[in-house]
Each structure stands twice: as C-alpha cells, then as structure tokens.
Write a protein that binds this ligand. Structure first.
Ligand SMILES: NC(=O)c1ccc[n+]([C@@H]2O[C@H](COP(=O)([O-])OP(=O)(O)OC[C@H]3O[C@@H](n4cnc5c(N)ncnc54)[C@H](O)[C@@H]3O)[C@@H](O)[C@H]2O)c1
Length: 395
C-alpha cells in the first residue's frame, strides 16, 4: 500500500508515518490500531500493515523533509521514545512534500502557518492547480494507494447548489476559476476521487462531503469516508452518552471544554477555523440521545500544553424522582498518539473497501469519525458493531 497525506508535515501525519515504520522495524507493538484487532485479523491479506511509500502535499517548509518535521514536533512533545525517532532518520529523510494549495483555508492557516508556499501564490488558475495536484498524486500512486486529508481545519464554506450540488457545476466552477467557491480540501478530494484513489477526510473541513464529489466517487467507483477523526473527547462522549440513554436518565446539560497547544491549537484559535470543529464536536450528544440537551462546547488555545489536549466534561442529568445529579470526566491525551493509528486504520479499511468493489461513501467507517457521512449512527458501540458486520459481510 501507498499513502498520500494532505498536510504531510503535521504532527498527526508525521506520527502516523513514524508509527508504521517503527512497527515494521519491530520497534513498537500494534497497540492502538483497530485494524489489528482479532475481528479484522485477515485484513492483512488485503491491506497489509506494511506501507511501501508515503507522500503528500504541504503548504510550508517545502525545503524540509519528513524527518526534520517529525523531529521539530518531537522536540515540543517528546511523544514517543527517542530511540525510535533516531532509528527512523535515514528512512524518513527521503520523504518530501509537494506544494499544495491553501485556497479558502481561513485566517488561522494564513496567519499561523506563514510563510506559506502555495500553488495559488504562483499565480495559477484553479484548472492549473488541479492539474498540478493531480500530477503529483498520479506520479506517486499505484492501484493500492489511499489519500487522507490531515491538513489544518478549514472554515466551512457557504453551500452553493450551482457549484457544490453537481459534478458538472463543480467542474464548470473549476474551469471558470471560481476560487471563491472551492476550498483546498475539496480540491484534494476531487483529484483523489477522479483518479480512483480512495479518500479519507480526517478533518472537519468539507472534503468529499458535497453532492458534487459524492457523485464523482460513484462515477469513478471509488470509496471515501469522513469527516473529522473521532479520537479523544468525542470518542468518550459518544461511548458514554448511550449509557444515559440505556438507563433512561435524562441528560439536562453537557459541557465540554477543551484546551490544546501546538499548530492545531493555534489554527483553531481563529474563530473561522474553530467554528467547523465546534459544530462537529457539539452535535453528537443530541444525535445519540434523540433530544438536544443544553450544551457548551469550547476549544481554546493553551500554548504550553503543546499536543497534550485536555478536555473537561461536566454532565448534569436527572434520575429517579426527578433528582438532579452530576458527572465529570477529564480526557488528557497526546492528540497525535490517539489520532495517528486511526489514519493507518482508515487507509487500510478504505483500501479493503476498494478491493471488495465498494464505492461511494463507506458509512460503515463511521466508527472513526465525529461527523460520519450518510448515517445517523453516532453511538460508538453501534458503530463498532456496524464496522465488524460490514467487514464480515465482505471478507
Ligand atoms: N486527535 C487529533 O489530533 C485530531 C482529531 C481529529 C481531527 N484532527 C484534525 O487533523 C488535522 C491535523 O491535525 P494535526 O494536529 O496534525 O495538525 P498540525 O497543525 O500539526 O498539522 C496540519 C498540517 O497541515 C498543513 N496544512 C495546512 N493547510 C494545508 C493545506 N491546505 N494543504 C496542505 N497542507 C496543509 C500544515 O502546514 C501542517 O503541517 C487537523 O485538521 C485536526 O483538527 C486531529
């Protein structure tokens, strides 16, 4: 398998690559990988945990290589054993990103990641940008390639039926250079799906979730899934909320307050970029309970934490005889360590789906996402069952 990562030099991406290479070298076990569970044991036949190559697009530090970028994240976080880092140097130095696009990526990206190096800054039209992205991707890809978006979170873009509602409208907008209507994540999804490369969206950005790109996936027979990796606080929320439902306890209010540092935190400190993340995190409770209690969902930048995201949750609920009670939990994790294995999992399951002739949205991969496409199943337990059943029905 080959894996193309949009946002190649981020901490999630570099940690995913390092993890796969460390496992291959026998320097780490497979803890954290869902695809390595007993239930999926023969996935190895279709999508081995042995990636042949990694590549991707970036919009900064294009003179650097993946090892240098991993090292700079590591210096801030020490998120795994230094011996692993050292042993991967030679291998990871060979991986270099290609220039991507930051079209409509919002103030957070423009301000916090500068100086940016983007295709639009070369004065290219949308059509030329697409050509360039497509060239990079197809030169890298073989029949066993998957692409995943792990770039910074974009603001949501106003839905325009003319452009986003059909493939014809979308392609017309590209020809007409409608840069105001199309974002980087849409272009990444477009070039992947157009070339029959399964696409996973690990971010809350639009990606392949518009009708135009769903149509493209059906047309080219390509599987895709998203959006926004469910790795931490939301994983716990969607695992815990069903408990209140099963016990007929009424949730009155749920507050989730997240603090994080690092690049992701910096980008999310900008209101526009933060909005899409909050929407993604906030709606899950109502979807599970079938009613919408009062919720507060906040994310704030806290520089010294670096990648150590901490989420404080307070749940107010009502029990027997109308008595009100409370529950609290704190999730305290290294974001990249919980996210990176899922990137590898999603790639393996999407490749498996392609090999089994699946196309369009793979809703059974909902287990991996905060805002899964084309399903109302948000309950983690049910999502896991759905994943196992789907896998068994195809293998
Ligand atoms: N647990 C988690 O870490 C987690 C969970 C769910 C979703 N996510 C999402 O995954 C994404 C990556 O997270 P991260 O912690 O690695 O962030 P990061 O800031 O470390 O990495 C993002 C990378 O993307 C690059 N980038 C930004 N815009 C780009 C563009 N348009 N094209 C190409 N590259 C671009 C940046 O330069 C950076 O290297 C974020 O959107 C985040 O919200 C992370």
């Amino acid at each position: 398998m080959r894996l193309w990562l949009f946002g190649l030099y981020g901490i999630v991406s570099t940690t995913a690559v390092a993890g796969e290479r460390a496992i291959k070298k026998g320097l780490s076990d497979k803890t954290g990988l869902v695809s390595e569970l007993e239930q999926f044991k023969d996935i190895e036949k279709y999508s081995p945990l042995d990636f042949e190559a990694f590549g991707g697009h970036e919009i900064r530090n294009l003179d650097k290589n993946l090892y240098e970028e991993l090292f700079s994240h590591w210096e801030n976080n020490f998120h795994f054993d230094y011996r692993i880092l050292k042993s991967l140097k030679e291998d990871l130095e060979k991986i270099k990103a290609k220039k991507g696009t930051a079209l409509n990526c919002g103030e957070g990206v423009l301000e916090e990641l500068k100086p940016l190096q983007t295709l639009e800054d070369e004065g290219l039209s949308l059509e030329e940008i697409v050509e360039k992205l497509e060239k990079d991707l197809t030169e890298f890809a073989d029949d066993d390639t998957v692409a995943i978006n792990v770039a910074s979170t974009e603001p949501s873009i106003d839905y325009d039926k003319q452009v986003h509602g059909s493939l014809e409208g979308f392609e017309k907008a590209i020809k007409e250079n409608r840069k105001d209507k199309i974002s980087a994540s849409m272009l990444y999804a477009y070039v992947s799906l157009k070339n029959k490369i399964p696409f996973g969206n690990f971010t809350p950005s639009v990606g392949s979730s518009i009708p135009a790109l769903k149509e493209l996936a059906e047309k080219t027979g390509t599987p895709h899934a998203g959006n926004d990796g469910k790795t931490g606080e939301t994983l716990v929320k969607t695992t815990l909320a069903p408990m209140f439902a099963y016990r007929n306890l009424q949730v009155l209010g749920w507050m989730g307050y997240n603090i994080l540092g690092d690049l992701d935190g910096k980008v999310l400190s900008h209101e526009q970029n933060k909005r899409s993340k909050i929407v993604s995190k906030d709606k899950v409770i109502g979807k599970i309970l079938g009613y919408y209690p009062y919720t507060i969902t906040e994310i704030n930048y806290f520089p010294s934490l670096q990648d150590n995201k901490t989420a404080f949750n307070f749940i107010h609920y009502k029990g027997f005889l109308g008595t009100k009670m409370k529950m609290y939990f704190i999730w305290d994790a290294i974001d990249a360590i919980v996210a990176a294995p899922l990137v590898l999992d999603i790639a393996r399951f999407l490749n498996f789906a392609k090999k089994k002739g699946q196309k369009g949205v793979i809703k059974e991969l909902a287990f991996f996402f905060k805002s899964p496409m084309e399903t109302d199943v948000y309950n983690t337990h049910k999502q896991f069952e759905m994943l196992v059943n789907w896998y068994n029905s195809l293998r």
